[in-house]
Design a protein. Structure first.
Length: 331
């Protein structure tokens, strides 16, 4: 199979490319800049932007399937850049799949498309997208997911996967962000950290993508046109998760609980200041981030097990041990 992975140079994209190449697929990637890691995997690289339909067309041409994994991710920032990449870029991918006769399109969404204040406790895919999103990222990912699922039909089979908090060796997002937040042996966080949260090891997320890609090609009528939550199916208190992540990075910090109302007010004020300054920062303190830190979010994975044959290939504890072994040594 010849597979295009958009965003193949990213954390999850690179693992998907690695696994596809390991089983013998011909893999290419559309990225904004060249990647040494992809070159070492013998992945053909197309350098370009999702907002450029010509670049998307060149990358899609000749492929059997597309894994649309690229996105602008973040917890803050103005809507326009998110819309250009996540919505307009997804439209271009769908259009070029049709132009070039690609019959399989797998979209990497996020569980945050369903997140709402109060959290998500054991919800399944029957829960609709949140009626109002607290940030541009989940809002535009929800819109893009809707476009992908609406495109499903006899000529183009589509599926959307919703992994949540992807981590593992080489994680450039969550563990580094937690490490930066530590202040003099303390981790200031809103609430007491008792809210249950499920996560997704990068190997689990990539495994789910390959399972879904094969199922979609073999039996498009079974899974096509649907979205699926993906995770470890092992929700744990956020306080415990952060402790494991920090210890894997060689840090031991005490949770310092901030009053939820104060954290929410500070986030709202910070957003107002960033808007006034016309800041494009995508990882600043925001109401969306505070809400995710305060509330539970874990999911019922029954549909993924039934339709995709999904089971996490690595458990949370084994993943933490692996993360610890891969962390750079500290003096």
């Amino acid at each position: 199979m010849k597979v295009l992975v958009t965003g193949g140079s990213g954390f999850l994209g690179r693992e998907i490319c690695r696994r596809l190449r390991a089983r013998g697929d011909v893999v290419s990637s559309l990225c904004r800049r060249p990647s040494t890691a992809l070159e070492e995997l013998d992945v053909q690289q197309h350098v370009g932007d999702l907002a450029d339909p010509a670049a998307v067309s060149r990358a899609v041409a000749g492929c059997d399937a597309v894994v649309h994994n690229a996105a602008l991710a973040g917890v803050s920032g103005p809507p326009r850049p998110y819309w250009a990449t996540n919505v307009v870029g997804t439209r271009h991918v769908i259009e070029q799949c049709r132009v070039h006769g690609v019959r399989t399109l797998l979209y990497t969404s996020t569980a945050s498309v369903a997140f709402r204040p109060g959290g998500l406790e054991g919800v399944d895919e029957s829960l609709p997208h949140a009626p109002c999103h607290l940030a541009a990222y989940p809002a535009t990912k929800a819109r893009a997911e809707a476009l992908v699922l609406a495109a499903h039909g006899p000529e183009l089979a589509t599926v959307s996967l919703r992994p949540h908090i992807i981590w593992g060796p080489g994680d450039p997002h969550f563990v580094p962000a937690l490490a930066r937040a530590v202040r003099v042996g303390r981790l200031p966080m809103p609430g007491d950290g008792s809210n249950l949260v499920d996560t997704t090891h990068v190997r689990t997320a990539a495994h789910a993508h390959l399972l879904t890609l094969d199922r979609l090609r073999q039996s498009p009528e079974q899974a096509g046109g649907r979205a699926y939550f993906i995770g470890q199916d092992d929700p744990r208190p956020l306080r415990e998760i952060t402790r494991h992540f920090l210890r894997a990075a060689g840090l031991d910090a005490r949770w310092c609980a901030l009053p939820p109302r104060l954290a929410t007010a500070a986030a709202g004020a910070g957003e107002a200041l960033l808007r006034a300054a016309r800041s494009t920062r995508t990882h600043a303190l925001s109401r969306f981030l505070v809400a995710e830190l305060l509330h539970p979010h874990y999911f019922d994975l029954t549909a993924a097990r039934r339709d995709l044959g999904f089971e996490p290939p690595i458990g949370f504890d084994a993943g933490i041990a692996e993360l610890t072994r891969s962390a750079p040594a500290h003096p």
